[in-house]
Design a binder for this molecule. Structure first.
Ligand code: ADP
Ligand code: ASP
Ligand code: MG
Length: 453
């Protein structure tokens, strides 16, 4: 069997919604399990619904209207929407008189509606094409998670439960991405962009032969196309390469997506719903060695980063200094990206989020703390990049040539990623310069594995 995940633009735009349904029909032989995201923009509307009490009534109507328009534009029967939409109306009505923003479990329950409505419509569309299909709430189907609302993680028992409840096929299951539920039945969400992760969780649970991520680009590209319009698809990547790219800002895959696939050795394919004949990208355990034509694969960039430096003259002698520092970040659920140390200092980069202030207060008990904000991490990714003689020199010469300063460098810890920190305002320019300077805008000769469908 295969997993076919369709993102927001694939289900949110009428032509793509039709195309996506036909793509599933064309792959029935491969026993597809479908995973869908909310219609593009709907999760943002739901986030606003939670945040802004005064706008709730209007937003609830706008959300209903988006789905009603899709139903009309794609020739679905109004009846297909009636039941799920009245359930959403009931949910929305519960919060119209609630003052203040919704948090935690209540917020996740509201956010879950984007995927639930999308799954209902997509299953209905498949049925109009003559395919037996059923919408499945991932939480109901066994995707149990911990209780970290907004960033939940699946519990170990989720795999067996999903396997059991999705075993009966056909009908083709159309599973909600992005959401799960706690063991006591409260809806959770896996973090923004989390439908990719859902697809991988389902794929790993069912032992899929392939996890297909259908989106609005023809694969994982050599850079973010919004920064570098001439970015090209990368035909083959290793799990490690794709994982680093996702972690450092390539939004096309949620950072946790590759873990379940990696554990089970399941290939992940990224493809374009609007241009299904394009080769796309194939991510597997090992990208084929191609030493002669070695090239960086892609450059990612993550903004909104802060660098925290903790200095302690006692560090050299003190056992457990690093452990204490990391314990503070861990306790506040702050993910550390890059780390550099000297004899008396440690510098780390972290996402600048609401928790950082509290972590800094705690770090001040360990040493002198300095914070630099408005930074970006640029990650240059390709198997062996950090060990490539002369590559770092080349990159920094290019950047130095246009006056872009490097705030911090991390090289060597990873096999595949050479990353460094620049000021946020320099980040796009740095990515564009390196993309051209490293020849990533030139034509790729290597092709992805031919598709078997
Ligand atoms: P979906 O709704 O299908 O999940 P997303 O918007 O989450 O789609 O992800 C696709 C978007 O990711 C692309 O349109 C592009 O703007 C952005 N992106 C950033 N970096 C990359 C990259 N290296 N390759 C492809 N897309 C990228
Ligand atoms: N709909 C969710 C979001 O917008 C999940 C996803 O798109 O993957 O974050
Ligand atoms: Mg996405």
């Amino acid at each position: 069997m295969i997993v076919m995940k369709f993102g927001g633009t694939s289900v949110g735009i009428p032509e793509n919604f039709e195309r996506a349904a036909r793509l599933v029909v064309g792959r029935l032989r491969r026993d597809p399990v479908v995973v869908v995201s909310a219609l593009a923009g709907v999760t943002n509307l739901l986030v606003d619904f939670c945040r802004e009490p005064a706008r709730r009534r209007g937003l609830a109507e706008e959300i209903a209207g988006r789905h009603a328009r899709l139903v009309r534009a794609t020739g679905l029967a109004g009846a297909d929407l009636e039941l799920p939409l009245s359930a959403w109306d009931e949910e929305a009505a519960l919060h119209l008189d609630t003052a203040g923003p919704l948090h935690g479990a209540a917020r996740d329950r509201v956010l879950s509606w984007g995927e639930r409505l999308a799954a209902a419509l997509f299953a209905a569309k498949l049925r109009t094409l003559g395919i037996p299909a059923r919408a499945v709430d991932a939480g109901e189907a066994g995707l149990v998670t911990d209780e970290r609302f907004g960033a939940a993680h699946p519990l170990p028992e989720a795999a067996a439960r999903l396997r059991d409840s999705l075993a009966r096929r056909p009908p083709v299951p159309v599973v909600t991405g992005f959401i799960g539920r706690t063991p006591d039945g409260r809806a959770t969400t896996l973090g923004r962009g989390g439908s990719d992760f859902s697809a991988a969780i389902v794929g790993a649970a069912l032992g899929a032969e392939e996890i297909q991520v259908w989106t609005d680009t023809s694969g994982l590209l050599s850079a973010d196309p919004r920064i570098v319009p001439e970015a090209r698809p990368v035909p083959r990547l290793s799990f490690a390469e794709a994982s680093e790219l996702a972690t450092f800002g390539a939004r096309v895959l949620h950072p946790k997506t590759l873990l379940p696939a990696m554990e089970r050795g399941i290939p992940v394919r990224v493809a374009n719903t609007a241009r299904p004949a394009d080769a796309g990208s194939l991510v597997t355990a090992e990208a084929p060695p191609d030493a002669a034509a070695w090239k960086v694969k892609s450059i990612a960039c993550k903004k909104g980063i802060s660098a925290v430096t903790i200095a302690s003259t006692r560090m050299l002698l003190a056992h457990g200094f690093l452990a204490r520092v990391f314990e503070v970040f861990g306790r506040h659920h702050i993910v550390v990206d890059l780390v550099t140390t000297s004899e008396v200092t440690i510098s780390v980069t972290v996402d600048d989020d609401a928790m950082l202030g509290r972590a800094i207060a705690d770090l001040e008990g360990i040493g002198r703390v300095e914070v630099r904000r408005d930074l970006a991490v640029v990650a240059v990714v390709g198997e062996g990049a950090p060990q490539r003689i002369g590559l770092a020199g080349h990159l920094f010469t290019l950047l130095g040539g246009v006056g872009i300063g490097i705030e911090m460098i991390s090289q060597g810890a990873s096999r595949v990623n050479l990353s460094f920190v620049v000021r946020e305002e320099d980040a796009d320019r740095a990515v564009r310069l390196l993309h051209r300077g490293l020849g990533l805008d030139l034509e790729v000769v290597e092709a992805a594995e031919p598709r078997r469908e």
